[in-house]
Design a protein around this ligand. Structure first.
Ligand code: ATR
Length: 281
């Protein structure tokens, strides 16, 4: 029987997920379809009941439902619980199980350009995306994790939720800017620089060390002004495409029990964004 997958969010019209997943299904010749469902927040409970009743095999969850979905699920994976949000749901014979592939997806993408062991990492921002990335990174072999955010209290809350195997810190934005040279990997998780505010930058890069890794989870614009400045200053840069593709690939794996063709997924996303991926060549 044809398997049905999808993504729920509001708004959802511009989602890149349906084409990305469909391309991965076609690549392995599986009889499956992936659709975008626009679900208003006050309809979430009914939508989930409908997903169950219709036997939808699995679905992704995006803004604004990533936290609210949790109360409707039968089981939540431990990592997703620690992150406090769910972006992937698997229908396991009528039981809905929630996972979070955003943080792990980001880290998988980061590993393709940077080695993590022994690195000092700075995260800018303390929202949902930062939380997933920070909690995932704190379980790797990085040396230290520092969070800087406009609202410092939110950064402290994330640090409290992280595994203290690594050295954890919170810095005010100005202090992070002044001490920028001590970081090997710098990650923007805020929406600063996102279209249409394309001239804004989340952090001053004057003290950026040449050869450091600078990454932005934004992919619209394809390369933010901030990433372009980082590149001019000799950093290795990465945009939000690898995170997006890898969170989708991990969801695919949860649903299908096998890995998808990442390249096919990435090419589909890049084509939809009308861009060229490799900024470092
Ligand atoms: P997401 O789930 O995508 O992470 P979010 O939870 O709304 O989104 O978090 C947005 C992040 O971007 C927060 O760190 C927010 O800072 P505050 O915690 O101080 O609100 C940050 N952010 C958004 N707009 C910003 C701006 N104009 N300047 C600085 N930080 C901003």
């Amino acid at each position: 029987m044809t398997k049905i997958f999808g993504v729920i969010g509001h708004p959802i019209g511009h989602s890149l997920s349906p084409n990305m997943h469909q391309a991965a299904y076609q690549d392995i010749n599986v009889d499956a379809h992936y659709y975008a469902f626009d679900v208003e927040p006050n309809q979430l409970g009914d939508a989930i009941k409908g997903m169950k009743a219709l036997g939808i095999s699995g679905f992704n969850v995006t803004v604004p439902h990533k936290v609210a979905i949790m109360e409707y699920l039968d089981e939540i994976d431990e990592d997703a619980k620690a992150i406090g949000a769910v972006n992937t749901v698997k229908n396991d014979n009528g039981r809905l199980i929630g996972f979070n592939t955003d943080g792990p997806g980001y880290v998988s993408g980061l590993k393709t350009v940077a080695q993590l062991e022994g690195q000092n990492v700075l995260i800018i921002g303390a929202g949902g995306a930062a939380r997933g990335i920070a909690i995932t990174l704190a379980n790797t072999r990085i040396k230290s994790l520092t969070i800087t955010n406009r609202t410092a209290q939110k950064a402290k809350e994330i640090i409290t939720a992280c595994n203290d195997k690594v050295n954890l810190n919170v810095l005010e934005i100005q202090a992070a800017e002044e001490n920028l040279a001590q970081f090997d990997i710098i990650i923007n998780t805020t929406s600063v620089g996102l279209y249409p505010n394309i001239d804004e930058c989340p952090l001053d890069l004057r003290r950026l060390r040449k050869g450091s890794y600078v990454s932005d989870i934004i992919y619209n614009p394809f390369y933010t002004k901030w990433l372009q400045i980082a590149k001019e200053k000799g950093a290795v840069v990465q945009n939000g495409v690898p995170m997006f593709v890898n969170q989708g690939a991990l969801a695919f794996e949860i649903w299908m029990g096998r890995k998808p063709n990442l390249k096919v997924m990435e090419n589909t996303v890049i084509q939809q964004l009308g861009g060229k991926q490799n900024a470092n060549r």
